[in-house]
Design a protein around this ligand. Structure first.
Ligand code: NAP
Length: 330
């Protein structure tokens, strides 16, 4: 009887410990603890509409119900958000607030956009708990000679306690050393996840063997006219989540995409806008989107991409639009 009691108690203890070890939505496990294990998980581009077992979240799988993806760092990242490139301080502040008021939780900024302070102010003024919001920023190659100063500057300018995701904005001299400093900030908890922007196959091949933490995210130019059909699966197979910049083609190019016959036809069939079709196409490819906008109606519309789904045939039709037409030099 005494032995039976002991066995039962040991069983309860083991069960309790393993339950505590499960990754919580926003924090608990550190990037270093999880990256080596989870980086081996391929990013899965199939989408979860209604998973039966919500407790078992697989890294890289887009959860279309919760509108998040779990990164290889163990943190969850919203899959639709707002880009702030080219937004003035006032536009940026108002746009971030519009995003947050409409349920969006992902904001993309950078040292180079000169609006990190406005992003931080809007996050603080929103009244939304900090841990519900996901802020990405980037350090620029001109800052790689003193990465510690660059990261401290971003932390101070944003003034929101910590950075959810910090990216190296471009490859450049000193990028590996800068990344290694970001790794230290991950260990200190000041940055939750780290990644890269404008890294393609060759750049990744050279870079990855030199660092300890597998990037959680790679952010590259992706839109229907520039689809990176080889690069995306390559990155996803490394267990890294892909994010698109210029999802609507970028300023000066959006009209061509938003009036494209194929996209407009598909949009009409679903009763949605051309922008929503493009964003949904990205999500179904396992690509995070954060279109830029200073128009509250567009910001709201861009978040509303979960009420319809593109068929395999529609995905193929958009795939056929690829022209390998890059809209920026990097
Ligand atoms: N890592 C990098 O190197 C890099 C490079 C470029 C950009 N980015 C990031 O990616 C984000 C997205 O790129 P982007 O903002 O340059 O280009 P984008 O998202 O492709 O396009 C932005 C343009 O689309 C318009 N727009 C947005 N939603 C719309 C809608 N529903 N209907 C019609 N028009 C709409 C915006 O105008 P309105 O203001 O009128 O809505 C704006 O002119 C940037 O903001 C930035 O955060 C990163």
């Amino acid at each position: 009887m005494k032995n039976l009691k002991l066995i039962l108690m040991a069983g309860i203890l083991i069960f309790g410990l393993s339950a505590c070890g499960k990754t919580n939505v926003n924090q608990e496990s550190t990037q270093q603890e999880t990256s080596s294990v989870q980086a081996e998980d391929k990013v899965v581009t199939e989408n979860v509409e209604a998973s039966e077992d919500k407790a078992e979240v697989k890294a890289g799988v887009f959860d279309m119900e919760k509108k998040i993806v779990r990164l290889n760092s163990g943190y969850d990242m919203p899959i639709v958000g707002l880009g702030t490139y080219a937004l003035s301080d006032e536009e940026c502040y108002n746009s971030v607030l519009a995003l947050l008021e409409n349920g969006g939780r992902l904001i993309d900024t950078a040292y180079m956009y000169h609006n990190e302070a406005a992003v931080g102010r809007a996050v603080r003024d929103s009244g939304i708990p900090r841990e519900e919001i996901f802020v990405t920023t980037k350090i620029y190659p001109t800052q790689f000679d003193d990465p510690k100063a660059a990261i401290d500057l971003a932390l101070n300018t944003l003034d929101i306690g910590y950075i959810d995701l910090m990216l190296l904005h471009h490859p450049g001299t000193g990028d590996v050393a800068a990344y290694k400093v970001m790794e230290q900030y991950v260990a200190d908890g000041k940055i939750k996840s780290i990644g890269l922007s404008n890294w393609y196959v060759k750049e990744l091949d050279e870079f990855l063997p030199q660092v300890s933490i597998t990037p959680a995210v790679v952010q590259n130019e992706i839109h229907p006219y520039y689809q990176e059909t080889d690069v995306i699966p390559y990155i996803q197979d490394l267990g890294i989540v892909v994010e698109s910049w210029y999802p609507l083609g970028g300023r000066g190019y959006t009209k061509a995409l938003l009036t494209n016959d194929t996209i407009v036809k598909i949009a009409r069939e679903h009763g949605v806008s051309a922008a929503q079709v493009i964003l949904r196409w990205d999500l179904q490819n396992g690509v995070i989107v954060m279109p830029g906008s200073s128009n509250p109606e567009h910001i709201k519309e861009n978040l509303d991409v979960f009420g319809f789904a593109l068929s395999d045939d529609e995905m193929e039709q958009i795939k056929a639009l690829n022209r390998d037409e890059k809209h920026d030099w990097y």
